[in-house]
Design a protein around this ligand. Structure first.
Ligand SMILES: Nc1nc2c(c(=O)[nH]1)N[C@H]1C(S)=C(S)[C@@H](COP(=O)(O)O)O[C@H]1N2
Ligand SMILES: [Mo]
Length: 389
């Protein structure tokens, strides 16, 4: 373990230029990390996510199928996709990453120039802040080993000027939104404060699970922000602009805004906040049966997960076993619990994560969840239904 409590295996996944190839070879094995045992069968949940309605189908691509979660790494061809403005076509001959705005030295870089810079890897579980917020969206999550070059040294080279306040990341995909009575056409964009953008874990990412970043996930380059919700991880990146004010683009100021009712001195007030950092969460993935014995497995993420507990029906919370060795504060941890005395009939299964500081994933009745009127940041406890034959 190092100072941050990470195991050697996690360090291999988190970085190490010389070991890059070796780390990815290990990832091949991690794809097989939690297969079914001989004779173990998956029992499908009784509750099924609804079919994605037509308008949302342009945005939500494929989703994680929880019953199929049998590996720590999500393969690229099974990784969920979200695109708000469609997938842009990018001409690689003319593509450049521009670093502009409040910098001493604007930069313009080709993909080869970016790839020639220091290479860094990070494993990160990317979750859409809308996942579990809509009846047809429960699989907006996946875990991958990403690689690219760190952002901070590039910003230092460009030299953020004294008045620089935020760093805005622009995608190549352009969309139109109606604001009041007029239409605005802008690229997909999100920002971070200059201080947050200097996080050494943030990558200009061009590789996913050892392959070139696939077009649907932002090729040639996306920004990868471990610890933040999916929306911050701008795909099809082509411009980074340092500005001297707060950025208020559509996906910061109007969409991906959480609105909840809170009580102040006994009075209800509405609070509106921006979707930003990931939140503590867990989900039961599947129930399996082997020789009449039942097992519940799942995942927990969104912080330094220390503990996972499972509740069957209205019973007492029971501790699950977290898979040792694999996972960091940026990734999900897989867990399992044998389900002793599973009786015939219908049952509910609920899980909750507890982080290193003792924070517990909120119940759906917790005011933070119950009094939330928007569907973003739905990290309340998830209950699934299963039939034991
Ligand atoms: N340029 C661009 N970047 C984007 C988006 C987008 O629509 N356009 N969607 C964001 C959202 S809301 C999510 S959840 C993640 C999804 O990443 P994935 O499609 O690689 O899973 O990408 C983010 N980056
Ligand atoms: Mo998202």
């Amino acid at each position: 373990m190092d100072a941050r409590g990470r195991s050697r295996r996690e360090l291999l996944l988190a970085g190490g230029t010389a070991l890059a190839g070796a780390a990815f070879l290990r990832l091949d094995r991690l794809v097989e990390a939690a297969p079914l045992e001989q004779g173990e069968e998956v029992i499908a949940w009784l509750d099924r996510p609804a079919e994605v309605p037509a308008p949302a189908r342009d945005v939500i691509g494929q989703q994680l199928v929880w019953e199929e979660l049998d590996a720590w790494i999500t393969p690229n061809d099974r990784f969920f996709t979200i695109k708000h403005f469609g997938q842009p076509t990018i001409d690689m001959g003319s593509w450049r990453l521009e670093v502009t705005g409040q910098v001493g030295q604007p930069l313009s870089m080709t993909l080869d120039q970016l790839k020639a810079r220091a290479r860094q890897e990070v494993a990160f579980t990317l979750e859409c802040a809308g996942s579990n917020g809509l009846p047809f969206f429960d699989g907006g999550i996946g875990n991958a080993a990403w690689a690219g070059t760190p952002l901070a040294p590039l910003l230092r080279e460009a030299g953020v000027l004294e008045q620089g306040r935020e760093v805005v990341f622009y995608g190549r995909d352009i969309g139109m939104q109606k604001v009041r009575d007029f239409e605005v056409t802008t690229p997909f964009a999100r920002s971070l404060s200059v201080a947050d953008a200097m996080d050494p874990n943030i990558l200009l990412c061009y590789e996913m699970n050892g392959e070139p970043l696939p077009p649907s996930h932002g090729a040639p380059v996306r920004v990868l922000m471990p610890g933040w919700f999916g929306v911050a991880n701008v795909k099809w990146l082509d411009r980074i602009e340092v500005i001297d004010t707060r950025f208020a683009g559509h996906f910061m100021a109007r969409d991906y805004v959480t609105i909840r009712e809170e009580q102040r001195d006994g009075q209800p007030v509405w609070v509106e906040t921006l979707v930003g950092r990931a939140l503590l969460k867990s989900a039961p993935a599947r129930v399996t049966r082997k020789d009449g014995a039942y097992r519940v497995t799942g995942a927990a993420w969104g912080g330094p997960v220390a503990q996972v507990e499972v509740q069957v029906d209205d019973g007492a919370w029971m501790p699950a076993t977290i898979d040792a060795g694999i996972g960091s504060e940026f990734t999900w941890k897989l867990w399992s619990m044998s389900w002793p005395g599973a009786t015939a009939g219908e049952h509910t299964i609920t899980s909750r994560a507890v982080d290193a500081a003792g924070n517990v994933q909120p119940a759906t009745t917790d005011p933070r969840i119950a009094n939330k009127r928007t569907y973003w940041e739905s990290n309340g406890q998830i209950t699934r239904r299963v039939l034991v034959a």
